[in-house]
Write a protein that binds this ligand. Structure first.
Ligand code: 26Q
Length: 757
């Protein structure tokens, strides 16, 4: 009753009526109500506080998940429906904040949810990008990037904090204005914050796609997330963003330390700074600089920072490890350059291995190297990833600091990725085992007790069908694509990268299409769904999108084939789309080249929603296989050690596959007359040539095994009872991948916020 009264009051104050106002008006009313509710929550307390620094927080829509955490979702749904309104309908009108690229940013968002839910004192610190990641449109079978103005300046989740910090750059300074977004814990009455820094005078919206004056730092600093870095002005802007973030963060951390009654020399006793990949690494020299300024001697400042900072590595791809030319830093933040030089001098004195130097021979600053020397913890994000870091990629460091290295297998928040996105399945589970799993996802294991209960197993299949129906309505209304609900839904959704091998999945589509054309029909229709954005300057990734869009056009318009095979490329794939796709998935494609995917987190979301993984032994797939059991996952392809050895000995040559007629036949199709009628010859030919002459991420190496195992998987699907057993095993064993478990491990091994000192 109280809730309804509150909503009524808010709507009346806006001169609106719940029954007759528009969805957007009602969404704004609910947003205000939730914000007011959040104001009554208490901040977490403790003598030691975590600051999670990240260039990305891919938070997704917040209305539903905040209401779930506040414990008011069900009641609100009832109130609205009694007034003839639907919450599901209303939330469609909430804009999605696009403050992240993909996995790393989404992980940071899941972590904030878990940190608050576990009642740990920890805030996030990031940047308030006005256009976030670009919005993707398809035009002429190609990706076109446009700005995504997600930020409604009147109605949004941000609150003014009243705080700002001056950030000094080489030749000018800017005020960093701090906005706060509240992060409620799950039904525990507490909340933490995500602090997002912005400039005072952001530029007017761009008028030419996502291009803008990258040299106008004063007005463009917070415009876009990772703007195109294909030219030097873009790179420099990225360094400006990073320094802006860390300088404001360091000032905030020291101001709060002081407000909590502690001195700068007590930093490491009362603060943990978590560096999410190397993007915020400049916090190390910046914090040292500020401590020295406050009176600490250099060695003590270094020591305090070293004992406060922990670093997570999210990638093994050498090209993704940040190395900035020192001239960039001289221009952006000259005041930290002597500090980095001093840190470099000290490490050089101790270790002469060129691999572990902070500044290399050419004057580039290796951010990860600085983090490893001057932080107290280095972690990978899945067991295999950490092992590869220790044994090969960062082996020189591991030899020096074996005790700094640790693994923290990633996780996802089940509040968003099961309870909120898949209510039919959540309700079914809760009916069966109660709601203990909401707080403790490992209780999902109780489902194993009923693994032979045919009634429950058939309900699992019914729920999947219901979700597929919902997805097919959405595909029809959003993309005008009709799919058969009875089909198998096979889904690959993630950023587009050659190592993730969407191109190999496209080759499967070609193979299957040709099979169907030659009369080899599958047991039932297959719908292959893709969702992916390509970095604007990543040519081969864009070529792959072009290939997929051309195939979609060709196959879906070929009536005899389309009744058996449909290909759907989701435009502007984002968190909201993922929430619709994942619950409806039968086969989860996790097909990266072994050793290249640090962890993956989509793989975990699919598992929890009862999809079966088709994947390589890479990242967290390895742990999924162990937990689900070999009979409940489809593994193919070379192992990570085989792949690492192929690279090491330069032993992979895609031209070796020229002898294989079946493979050649598939590749040739890319530049076949029917494809060239639809597509751009230069783009398709570039991709074709890459397969035959380079194929750096070895799609051809695993292609045949991929086809073989995928066929087996599709056949096994026909045994519906067997398949439902696999679904149940996956759901039941997915609890390990709760980000609550991950955060408990960070707390236990790294942060120690609750340890007595
Ligand atoms: C680096 C240098 C210059 C410009 C940009 C970047 C850059 C930007 C974004 C480097 C990396 C990223 C994002 C990385 C990322 O999302 N990594 C993913 O992190 C997930 C969470 O740990 C893992 O599950 C994925 O395996 C990993 O790919």
């Amino acid at each position: 009753m109280q809730l309804e009264q509150k909503l009524n009051e808010i709507m009346i104050s806006k001169n609106l009526d719940i029954r007759s106002c528009t969805e957007t008006q009602l969404m704004h009313g609910l947003l205000q109500l939730v914000k007011e509710y959040e104001d009554s929550l208490s901040p977490t307390e403790g003598h030691k506080k975590l600051y999670y620094l990240s260039a990305e927080f891919l938070i997704g829509k917040l209305l539903s998940t905040n209401m779930i955490n506040l414990g008011i979702y069900d009641e609100m749904e009832k109130i609205l429906s009694a007034n003839g309104r639907s919450l599901a309908q209303i939330e469609q009108f909430e804009p999605e904040p696009s403050l992240g690229n993909g996995g790393l940013g989404r992980l940071a968002a899941c972590f904030l949810d878990s940190i608050a839910s576990l009642n740990l004192p920890g805030d996030g610190i990031g940047i308030n990008y006005h256009y976030g990641l670009f919005r993707q449109r398809f035009d002429n079978f190609k990706q076109v990037e446009t700005p995504d103005p997600w930020l409604d300046y009147e109605n949004n989740w941000l609150k003014s904090s009243g705080r700002s910090f001056n950030v000094e750059f080489g030749s000018f300074s800017l005020d960093a204005i701090m906005y706060d977004l509240l992060i409620p814990g799950y039904k525990n009455g507490i909340c933490n914050k995500l602090h997002l820094f912005d400039i005072k005078e952001p530029a007017a919206p761009p008028d030419n796609g996502i291009s803008f004056d990258k040299t106008d730092i004063r007005h463009q600093l917070t415009s876009f997330l990772y703007p195109d870095d294909s030219d030097d002005t873009g790179k420099l802007l990225r360094v400006y963003q990073q320094y802006f973030l860390v300088s404001a963060a360091a000032q905030l951390i020291l101001a709060e330390l002081d407000e909590r009654g502690y001195k700068p020399e007590e930093l490491s006793r009362h603060v943990v700074i978590h560096i999410n990949d190397t993007h915020p690494s400049m916090i190390i020299p910046e914090m040292i600089r500020l401590l020295i300024k406050s009176g600490l001697p250099m060695h003590q400042a270094i020591q305090e920072v070293q004992l406060s900072c922990a670093y997570t590595n999210h990638t093994i791809l050498a090209e993704a490890l940040e190395k900035w030319p020192s001239e960039y830093l001289v221009q952006v933040a000259p005041q930290i350059v002597p500090i980095i030089e001093e840190l470099n001098r000290q490490t050089k004195q101790k270790y002469d291995d060129p691999e572990v130097q902070i500044i290399d021979k050419t004057g580039r600053i290796h951010m990860a190297n600085m983090d490893i020397h001057y932080g107290f913890s280095v972690n990978g994000v899945a067991a295999l990833h950490t092992k590869i870091l220790q044994d090969s990629e960062l082996n020189s460091f591991y030899k020096i600091y074996p005790n700094k290295f640790n693994n923290k297998t990633n996780g996802i928040t089940f509040r968003r990725w099961l309870m909120n996105c898949n209510k039919p399945l959540s309700n079914l589970i809760t009916q069966q085992i109660g709601d203990g799993w909401h707080n403790d996802a490992e209780q999902l294991e109780e489902l194993l007790d009923i693994s032979n209960d045919n009634d429950f197993l058939s309900k699992l299949i019914d729920v999947k069908s219901q979700n597929k129906l919902r997805l097919s309505h959405w595909l029809k209304s959003s993309y005008n694509i009709e799919v058969d609900n009875n089909a198998i839904f096979d889904i690959q959704i993630k950023r587009l990268h050659q190592y993730k091998r969407q191109q190999m999945n496209a080759l499967y589509a070609i193979w299957k299409y040709k099979q169907i054309k030659s009369g080899m029909l599958p047991a039932r229709p297959i719908v292959m769904i893709f969702g992916a954005k390509a970095a604007p300057a990543y040519t081969l990734a864009k070529d792959t999108i072009h290939l997929l869009l051309c195939l979609q056009n060709l196959i879906n318009n070929d009536e005899s084939a389309a009744q058996w095979l449909k290909l759907v490329m989701i435009e502007n794939y984002n968190v909201t789309a993922a929430e619709k796709l994942i619950p409806a998935c039968d086969i989860s494609e996790q097909i990266s080249l072994a050793s290249k995917e640090a962890s993956g987190t989509g793989n975990m979301k699919f598992m929890a929603n009862g999809a079966i993984t088709l994947g390589t032994m890479d990242g967290a797939n390895v742990e999924i296989a162990e937990l689900a059991g070999q009979e409940n996952i489809y593994i193919f392809g070379r192992s990570s050690s085989e792949v690492i050895s192929l690279y090491e000995h330069n032993n992979y040559r895609s031209c070796d596959y020229w002898q294989d007629d079946e493979i050649l036949d598939i590749i040739d199709f890319i530049i076949s007359p029917e494809m060239l009628r639809v597509g751009d010859p230069s783009s398709l030919t570039r991709l074709y040539k890459d397969f035959l002459t380079k194929d750096y991420f070895m799609a051809l190496l695993d292609l045949k095994d991929y086809i073989r195992v995928k066929e087996k998987c599709l056949n096994d699907y026909e045994d519906r009872n067997l398949w439902s057993h696999k679904m149940l095993a996956n759901i039941a064993r997915s609890g390990f991948f709760s980000s609550d478990r991950t955060i408990r491990e960070y707390e236990r091994d790294i942060w120690k916020l609750r340890a007595r000192d």
